[in-house]
Every structure is written in C-alpha cells, then in structure tokens.
Design a protein around this ligand. Structure first.
Ligand code: FE
Ligand code: FE
Ligand code: ZN
Length: 280
C-alpha cells in the first residue's frame, strides 16, 4: 500500500521526497505553483536529477501534482478561462521533467452558467490543452491528468460521478479520476454505510479503470453537506472504521493514497502510521 500526504514544494522535488521518507510516506502531493495562482518557479534540472535518483532508491512515487485552486476552466469570464488553459498547458509541459507523474485538478465552478455549460467549457479546454501540449512535445504528455471528485460547494462541477463521466466523454482525451473521500461524502455518497454500493456506482458510471488516486480525508460535516471541510483521520464524520474498509477494499488496494488533512508533518507521520496499521 502506498500512502503519503500533501507537502510544501518550496524546497523543490528532492526536499519533498526526503521529507516524505522522513515521515514514512511512499508518495506525496504538491502544488505546481502558489495554490492561489501566479507564476511557477522554473524547474531546476539538477534538483530533478537528484530527486529521480532518490525516489528510485527509496521507492517514492507516484507523485501527484495539484493544479492551483484558482484554475477554473468553467468560469464565466474569458480571462478566467484563459488563465486556466494557460496554467494547465504550462503545468503539463513542466511536469515532463519528472515524466510519468499524475496531475489533479478541480473541474471548476460554473458560476451560474449551469452545469451543462460548465461541463462543455471544461471538456473543450481539455481538448485544446492536450492538442497544444502534444504539439509542443511531439508526443502525448506522459503525465496522467485526473479530474477530482468534488463536494458540490457553490456551483462546483464534478459533484457526481455522472458529471465527471460527461466531461470524460465530451473531452475525448485520456483522463483518470482522483476520488476525494471527504468530497464524495460531502457530495452525498455513503462511503460509510454502503462502500460497496458507492464503488459499484463509480464502476458503472465512470469505470474503475479510470480511478488512479485517492485523497484520503475525513470530513467535518455530515453526508450531503456540500461543505468541503477536511478533518483529521478518525476525528470527523467518516471515521476510522470506514477508512479501514476503504484501505482494505479490493477496488482501492493498489491505488496511491494522499492525505490532505489539517496536519503538520508530525501529524501526517502519525496518520500514515495509523492508516498503515489498519490497512491489513
Ligand atoms: Fe483538490
Ligand atoms: Fe482533494
Ligand atoms: Zn477539499
């Protein structure tokens, strides 16, 4: 089982991998740039070389890059959509330095345009992003792009498996899914009382072959709250027993798990140890 957490990228790739190892993590997630947007630091080839060697020696990976929260491909303003498109293209080009990574993004918020319009906008952006990046690389990107399941806060798209399926169908580019346990719970999926049922619904609607990563977070709120407030593992409404069943479920067994709980490094170290303890 591979489990890790979100880490600060301020020290570069090697520093993140070293931090991961120091807290017992096998994988890690990081923001490609400031989560509120802005320019990304240039990739340091020396850091990437050292990281690749260290990661191979210590069995770290796959790494999961997270797009900034401000990336909204479904925005109403052209300026917002253009930022989303330019940012995703730039992120995917930069991620070729550490080939074979995963890249997770929030589908976006339709801000009153309606889910159908939002889904169309996201899908068409993905088509242009893949075409342009493939053009510049002379091949398809080696990064696996993932749509994250969302809590349905405000006008968020991706609050249901059906909405993600529609993006996948319309975009017609290779896409995977990152399932966030807090988000699906807040969206209304009963992963506590009927995990098998939720897994079966995911499989029917999206297909388990698309499921590539799990964000493992407890939730501060009751099911269907649409709030998206992460809680420490076992301290929220999902609870430790449910996480044990998730970790041991055959649908999730070989997937990498990434914690995004409100923890410092010591807290993550303890959560990783605890989750490894209940995964068998
Ligand atoms: Fe996220
Ligand atoms: Fe998440
Ligand atoms: Zn969240």
């Amino acid at each position: 089982m591979k489990i890790g957490c979100h880490l600060s990228s301020s020290g570069g790739y090697l520093a993140m991998a070293q931090t991961a190892v120091s807290i017992g993590a096998d994988v890690f997630q990081f923001f490609t740039r400031n989560p509120r947007g802005g320019a990304a630091k240039p990739v340091d080839p020396e850091d990437v070389r050292a990281f690749v060697r260290f990661a191979a020696e210590n069995g770290v990976g796959p790494i999961l890059a997270h797009a900034p929260y401000t990336l909204n491909a479904a925005g109403a303003e052209a300026r917002v959509r253009e930022f989303a498109e330019a940012t995703m293209k730039d992120d995917l080009l930069r991620l070729e330095a550490t080939g074979g990574a995963m890249y997770n993004f929030h589908p976006g918020s339709h801000v009153g345009q309606g889910a159908d319009k939002g889904i169309e906008l996201v899908a068409s952006m993905l088509g242009r992003v893949f075409a342009d990046v493939a053009d510049r690389l002379g091949k398809m990107p080696s990064t696996t792009v993932l749509l994250e399941t969302m809590a349905g806060k405000g006008s968020e798209i991706g609050r249901s498996f059906e909405e993600l399926r529609r993006i996948i169908d319309l975009a017609d580019v290779p896409l995977g899914v990152c399932l966030d346990t807090c988000h699906v719970w807040d969206a209304g999926y009963d992963i506590v009382g009927d995990l098998d049922g939720v897994v079966a619904e995911f499989d029917r609607t999206i297909g388990l072959d698309r499921l590539k990563a799990v964000h493992i977070n407890d939730s501060m709120n009751v099911r269907s709250s649409h709030k998206d407030r992460h809680e420490k593992i076992g301290k929220g409404k999902i609870g430790l027993d449910a996480f044990g069943r998730i970790l041991r479920h055959e649908a999730f067994g070989n997937l990498p798990f990434y914690l995004e709980t409100p923890c410092d490094l010591q807290g993550y170290k303890e959560e990783i140890a605890m989750l490894k303890g209940i995964s068998e």
